[in-house]
Design a binder for this molecule. Structure first.
Ligand code: GDP
Ligand code: GDP
Length: 455
């Protein structure tokens, strides 16, 4: 009815999830056995720890909702990563780097009874380089007698060590007060909730496909490096690159620039890093090496972008090595592996020679704009009215579900809700999706369609 439509139209203007503020994120980092878990339990107190429900690899991270003096924040327990990658040699420093990337502030825990080890020093370097606020926790200071142990940790150069006994609670109130001082009011790290600033892109792909080559070429060709764009918060691990007059934030480039030492845990590490980068971005730029057969890992990275609901541009790199036969073969591989992704934007280029790298920005802009596209309820319903009149849903068991109306409650990525008189089968949904894509140009972006049945 008209009223329903008016309601839905209004919903369409409601703030999307994108602008909803999230509590700031505190990562707790340190060597095994320094007392990270004990400290987190102390922070959470008697409250029920709610494990946050986040998709993808993030299930390997443990995030808890916490509150202190009425202010909510999220605690990330990196200890969980250790047990997950037992035997995989994910170093403490690697863990710290991941945690720092996704946190607004870091609590760095050192066992004061042991003092700072060389591993601790390594983490300190990362923390200093990150520019993120850090609080140094001198743990296992169970009594006044041990305060002196804590004072030694001044030498780490991270400022005042906070003597704490996570086990007994000694000093934990002061520590929490300090933590609340260094945490921002709302999280700055998660772009999903960011409302302004340059478009954010994650340059991802398996090792050796040419990520760092491409990054260097783009940064070198278009010398920008805008130091401070007004009103933006810039993560020190990100880089601004201007492409054809459009500023982009390439997130987590530190990991691309610094060639990561290949340890046995590297796959797991790379996968977490990729997931982090995608979550922080609007658009995933997935590099493939076109001179080599498509691998499972390639497909997985692309799927990560789609599952996260981000815009997608696929880059077929090393095109200088690709002859006509390989071109055909490569196209067949893509078609076979990415059946449902014919909508993805694709650019063939060579990071090495620079061939066609100038085509990248228009593909990125295109995908980004389509990702943000909003169709008015009236246009959408005109479209669906014509579609269902010309191609009604097939009759099933004597019944024929009828489409009543539809709306697009949110964009980035576009989400549609269709109201109908009965269950709409999968094939017909795909048909609607394809027609939607043809009519309104959603190339380069996943779209979601859900159906609600009205009696
Ligand atoms: P994690 O590996 O860093 O998460 O460390 P845990 O929280 O599992 O703690 C390792 C060990 O140190 C456990 O046996 C804890 O009981 C102990 N521990 C943690 N905090 C304290 C503390 O403040 N004082 C003392 N004496 N022991 C502690
Ligand atoms: P990353 O691990 O994804 O960052 O990959 P790199 O940028 O380090 O590239 C891996 C290797 O591929 C290096 O030897 C590059 O010189 C080479 N490479 C990168 N892009 C191209 C390209 O377009 N053509 C050719 N022939 N080689 C490339």
């Amino acid at each position: 009815t008209e009223e329903d439509l008016a309601d839905l139209e209004w919903q369409g203007d409601a703030p999307a999830a994108k602008e909803r503020p999230v509590p700031p994120v505190l990562a707790v980092v340190g060597r095994p056995n320094v007392g990270k878990s004990t400290l987190i339990n102390r922070i959470l107190g008697k409250r029920v720890a709610v494990v946050q429900d986040t998709p993808g690899v993030t299930r390997d991270r443990v995030r808890y909702d916490a509150i202190w003096n009425g202010r909510p924040f999220i605690v990330v327990d990196t200890g969980g990563w250790e047990s997950k990658v037992k035997g995989l040699d994910l170093s403490v420093a690697q863990q710290a780097e991941l945690a720092i990337n996704e946190a607004d502030a870091v609590a760095f825990v050192v066992d004061a009874t042991v003092g700072a080890t060389s591993t601790d020093e390594e983490v300190v370097k990362l923390l200093r380089g990150s520019g993120k606020p850090v609080v140094l926790v001198a743990n296992k200071v169970d009594s006044d007698m041990q305060e002196a142990d804590a004072a030694y940790l001044w030498s780490l150069g991270l400022g005042e060590p906070y003597p704490v006994s996570a086990l007994h609670g000694r000093g934990s109130g002061d520590l929490l007060d300090k933590i609340m001082k260094i945490l921002p009011q709302t999280s700055l790290v998660n772009s999903r909730y960011r409302s302004e600033g340059p478009r954010r892109v994650a340059l991802v792909g398996r090792p050796n496909v040419g990520k760092s080559s491409l990054l260097n070429r783009l940064a070198g060709e278009e010398r920008v490096v805008v130091n401070e764009l007004a009103g933006t918060t810039r993560d020190p691990v990100d880089e601004f690159i201007e492409l054809d007059g459009e500023a982009w934030t390439f997130v987590d480039t530190a990991g691309i620039r610094r060639r990561v030492h290949q340890t046995s845990g590297a796959d797991f590490y790379a996968s977490l890093r990729t997931q982090n980068a995608i979550e922080k971005s609007d658009l995933g730029l997935v590099l493939l090496d076109a001179s080599e057969p498509l691998t499972e890992q390639d497909v997985r990275v692309i799927q990560q972008v789609v599952d996260a609901g981000r815009a997608l541009v696929i880059i077929a790199n090393k095109w200088d090595l690709v002859d006509v036969d390989r071109q055909e073969e490569f196209n067949r591989e893509l078609e076979r592996e990415l059946v449902q992704l014919s909508w993805a934007q694709r650019v063939n280029l060579s990071a090495l020679t620079g061939w066609h790298t100038n085509r990248l920005s228009s593909a990125m802009n295109n995908a980004y704009e389509n990702w943000n596209r909003r169709i008015t309820t009236s246009k959408l319903n005109n479209f669906l009215g014509e579609l269902s009149a010309a191609h009604p849903h097939p009759v099933r068991g004597g019944k024929q579900p009828r489409i009543l109306f539809a709306t697009q409650p949110s964009a980035a990525p576009p989400r549609f809700v269709i109201f109908s008189t009965g269950f709409i089968e999968h094939g017909y949904r795909r048909f609607i999706e394809n027609r939607l894509r043809e009519t309104f140009d959603f190339s380069g972006t996943p779209i979601e369609i859900s159906v609600k049945v009205r009696e």
